[in-house]
Design a protein around this ligand. Sequence first.
Ligand code: BYC
Ligand code: FE
Ligand code: FE
Length: 491
Amino acid sequence: MTKVDLNARIPNNIGLGDDRRLQRALEAWQPGFQAWWLEMGPEGFQADEIYLRTAVDVGRDGWAHFEHVKMPDYRWGIFLADPVADRRIPGGDFAGSPAFQQVPGEHRNALRRIIVTQGDTEPASVEQQRLLGHTAPSLYDLRNLFQVNVEEGRHLWAMVYLLHTFFGRDGREEAEEMLRRRSGDPDSPRILGTFNEPIQDWLSFYMFTTFTDRDGKWQLLALAESGFDPLSRTTRFMLTEEAHHMFVGETGVGRVIQRTVEVMNEKGIDAPGQVRAEGVIDLGTVQKYLNRWFSSSVDLFGGERSSNAASYFAAGLKGRHKEETRFEDHVALDQSYDLPVPTDAGLSTEQVPLRNAMNEVLRDDYVADCEFVVQRWNRILEKSGRPERFTLPSRRFHRDVGIYSGRHFDPEGNPISDETWNAKQADWLPTREDLDFVKSLMTPVLGLGQIANWIAPPAKGIHGNPFEWDYVRFDKSSAGVALGGAPTITG
Ligand code: BYC
Ligand code: FE
Ligand code: FE
């Protein structure tokens, strides 16, 4: 077991106190991170006490500590999962050789690029979500938002640790850049598409944490299979925190659905206009949000045919989920992947060398995972005796990256003409009017035990506490008002 030092300026289980150079480098980066957090982290609420979970250990049980803390005082630390004795590279050209403990020189640039891309998404998501606190539907949800935010901040620390430790000066420069890019900034955007899209309302937040954090889960699972052992250990521990983010998303959408069908059944209505008149989100709008955030997140897996993906796999930098137990051929050189490729006549199957299709292999796992989520949402409809059902669109629908981009497909994945797309787009993706409607519902409800009309309360609270509980304790001093403004209490 690694030893955890919680009292250090940067809590860690990497023996930071024994490595003065690294410690100095990370402590030099820390003030920049804190300044970024105050500038680009949650707007307001920084003086309030939030009931937060903090990582304090890496064992299976008791890895987290819960207490009320002010977000700027959160103890962002560096934690790696315990090493696996005699760990071997799971797949690729070096499958079976001892895992790398140092960066293999010839793959330095590729590895840095993977770590930078992963790291960049973490602060990006915090920036995207920074205004949502002002419209939280309950104290419970407000706390969950901030929990996700501080942990994404810790995930940035995790990648910055790797950059500082293994990439020398370039790594330190990349770590600075992480604090300089800004989500949605035309001059200095975040790296990947989805992370530059605004998250303007809580339905988007729940969809994002369902679908985009779930991309995070699958990318981290692929990196957990890395032959570069420090990356594997770092991402394995990040996955422990990730489960809660997806929980917030899936149950959040589930509670929206629950509330809508309660109102529909109670009032005996189903026309979208009538449903909206009751101040709840009609199911068609939920489906459009689902379509939008799923399709954007599907892009995050990269191109279907990717020479980058092939070289990452070959070098053992990124692997397939459960490489050792799920597959027999860990070299993956003689196999191919049947890829439906768009042609002018429709779709035809092309056999892509398996290594070049590794993005698609991972996307398959992701899509299957998302299917289960949609099934669980449908169970809420079923249980409420509703005939409606949600569907996951085809991965070809509404793509911006890869072979399906620049063409149009319907949600079932059939190629369609520009005319059909233009005529149907408003039925499939949120329109300005849909966004405005959802936005109109976003008024804060921050009274103890209270909840907005458009969402059902959760089945239970956090860490054994009831829903009706002060997950956020507002600062009564003037400092709190200056930083965040007094919360409006309605509902
Ligand atoms: N947007 O060979 P290709 C998370 C670029 S989420 C914009 O097809 P490759 C989290 C690509 O960079 C998980 N550009 O793709 C969730 C390349 O550019 P160049 C994040 C894109 O290299 C919620 C070109 O297109 N982790 O943790 O196989 C909250 C062709 O590339 C996009 C990772 O992503 C896009 N969507 O890349 C908080 C893991 N997709 O070379 C956190 C690390 C591709 O032409 N990243 N491009 O300039 C990777 O492993 C890979 O970079 C990718 C795919 C999976 C992104
Ligand atoms: Fe993360
Ligand atoms: Fe996350």
